[in-house]
Write a protein that binds this ligand. Structure first.
Ligand SMILES: [Zn+2]
Length: 519
């Protein structure tokens, strides 16, 4: 992708009925690393995140907590969701809440347009409804209950009985878009990623699409249907629209033109909403479909999907309080292949922190800088970078950037880590401390330390999206000028600094003596 392109990326907007767990933080971090990478490449980047605040589930939670849904949402957003972004160092460009006027107005505009163009009709709907999912379920989505729910049909996701609801609804003629959707998946194989999620989506659509009920009249916590105020908009229909209402749909055509279409990073469990319903809605409104929908895997703890309801929820701060936000970001993106399920364990996190961040990267930086100070009073020797390291710097820069274009964040980190490992091996083999004892080896010592310092600068640039805090400290310490996150990441290998190093006040990744068992 050439520099200067628009790169608009989104996370799902998170439902405010509960507090964040590490599954939410994982999605945020992945989208943030992709955004930072593109920003550092010079792309016109925009990262959107936010909160989904309407629907019956929020209403019920608010009532159960003796408050109003708006007050409930306000409190959760301020006390939990916005602080999460600080905890894990997310640099979002915007934060949208579905209760904001800019969103509600634009949703009404969108809906009215679809209604005027004949994509919406009124009908009667009767079906199995899961309050947990906020959606009507097909028989395939249900199973016979057990124990206290014996004799009832329960939602496969929530394990709780579904309700039979019958109401007058407005329907979106989604069935009319079946062929166009199948054509989209066919002609743009990258539209849904990874392949496992794409195949699932295609199978689902091939079974035939039903029209979608898009209004509710049994409760009123939602955006009113503009031509019939006795109905509120179905929460998913409302929520999906955030991706365009946040960038000016119905209000600022120039901004919409500049940003849209987006890349959507979502958990695979909600890929269907993003890869089927959402593009159909956009087609109906004559808008472009997203650039891509990427459905990442689940985080497993003890083999179970991470979620508060299953009592395996871990608050992100439990990890960052001990290891720091950089380690959180690094761990989840390097230990788990993006797109597949992955297991979290405290032991694995702790082992990787020590081996890869503290010993592998942090020690390398401290040792090299200390030797330049000791042997050259901090002046980086004026010598050419040894060819094999120079070549590696170039090749990992290319490979790390190329992996990002495929959303292969872990692969990008692994490519960069080849340079960490190579530099550690280089120092071990070249033994600069031995060269320093022999005046005849002075030139060789200069070349070795010049090479090592240059490699560290390249690492700082390439790892800046993943490790923003550590690299912001390392960059000036190796003589880098300006801010590390402003250095062109696609040309990381070609940096040059002002030629002096300064000691790091403390290790980039301090040794952690005892790991508190928060599990
Ligand atoms: Zn459910």
């Amino acid at each position: 992708m050439p520099a200067g392109d628009s790169f608009y990326i989104t996370t799902p907007i998170f439902y405010v009925n509960d507090v964040p767990h590490i599954g939410h933080a994982y999605t945020e971090v992945a989208a943030d690393v992709l955004a930072r990478f593109h920003r550092q490449r010079g792309d016109d980047t925009w990262l959107l995140t936010g909160t989904d605040e309407h629907g019956q589930k929020i209403l019920r939670t608010a009532v159960a907590n003796d408050t109003t849904p708006q007050a409930w949402a306000d409190q959760l957003v301020e006390s939990a969701w916005k602080p999460l972004l600080e905890t894990i160092d997310i640099r979002n460009d915007d934060f949208i809440r579905t209760t904001e006027a800019r969103h509600e107005k634009a949703v009404a505009t969108f809906l009215q347009r679809l209604y005027d163009d004949g994509h919406i009709y009124s009908g009667e709907y009767e079906g199995y409804y899961c309050v947990g999912c906020e959606e009507y379920k097909q028989l395939d989505d249900l199973q016979p209950g057990e124990g206290e729910f014996l004799g009832a049909l329960v939602c496969k996701i929530h394990g709780r009985p579904v309700e039979i609801l019958k109401e007058k609804n407005y329907f979106f003629r989604m069935s009319a878009f079946e062929d166009r959707l199948l054509d989209l998946y066919e002609t743009r194989p990258d539209f849904v990623q990874p392949a496992s999620v794409r195949n699932e989506i295609i199978q689902f659509v091939k079974q035939g699409l039903a029209d979608l009920s898009i209004s509710r009249s049994s409760f009123d916590w939602g955006i009113k249907v503009p031509w019939d105020e006795s109905h509120v908009v179905y929460v998913w229909f409302d929520a999906l629209l955030n991706y365009i209402t946040a960038v000016g749909y119905g209000a600022d055509d120039e901004q919409l033109e500049r940003r849209w279409p987006a890349v959507h990073i979502v958990g695979k469990d909600i890929a269907r909403f993003h890869a089927v319903i959402w593009p159909a809605m956009l087609m109906a409104a004559d808008l472009e479909v997203p650039k891509a929908v990427f459905g990442h895997g689940w985080l497993l703890v003890g083999g179970e999907k991470m979620s508060k309801s299953k009592l395996t929820g871990i608050a992100p701060a439990q990890i960052t309080d001990t290891f720091g936000s950089d380690a959180f970001r690094y761990y989840f993106l390097s230990a788990i292949t993006f797109g597949q399920d992955g297991s979290f364990s405290w032991e694995d996190l702790s082992a990787r922190y020590q081996a890869e961040l503290a010993n592998g990267f942090g020690n390398l930086a401290s040792r090299v800088i200390a030797m330049v100070i000791k042997y050259f009073d901090g002046a980086v020797p004026d010598a050419a970078v040894d060819a094999p390291i120079a070549e590696l710097e170039r090749s990992v820069t290319v490979a790390a950037n190329e992996a990002i274009d495929r959303f292969a964040v872990g692969e990008s980190i692994a490519e960069t880590w080849k340079l960490v490992d190579a530099l550690n091996l280089y120092i071990t083999e070249q033994e600069p401390w031995a060269l320093a004892k022999d005046p005849a080896q002075r030139d060789r010592l200069k070349a070795v330390l010049a090479t090592a310092v240059h490699g560290l600068g390249t690492l700082a640039i390439l790892l800046s999206p993943v490790l923003p805090q550590a690299t912001a400290r390392l960059w000036p310490a190796v003589g880098g000028e300006g801010e590390v996150d402003a250095q062109p990441i696609h040309e990381a290998y070609s940096w040059s600094g002002h030629g002096t190093v300064t000691a790091l006040e403390s290790s980039l990744f301090p040794r952690i003596e005892t790991v508190e068992d928060a599990g």
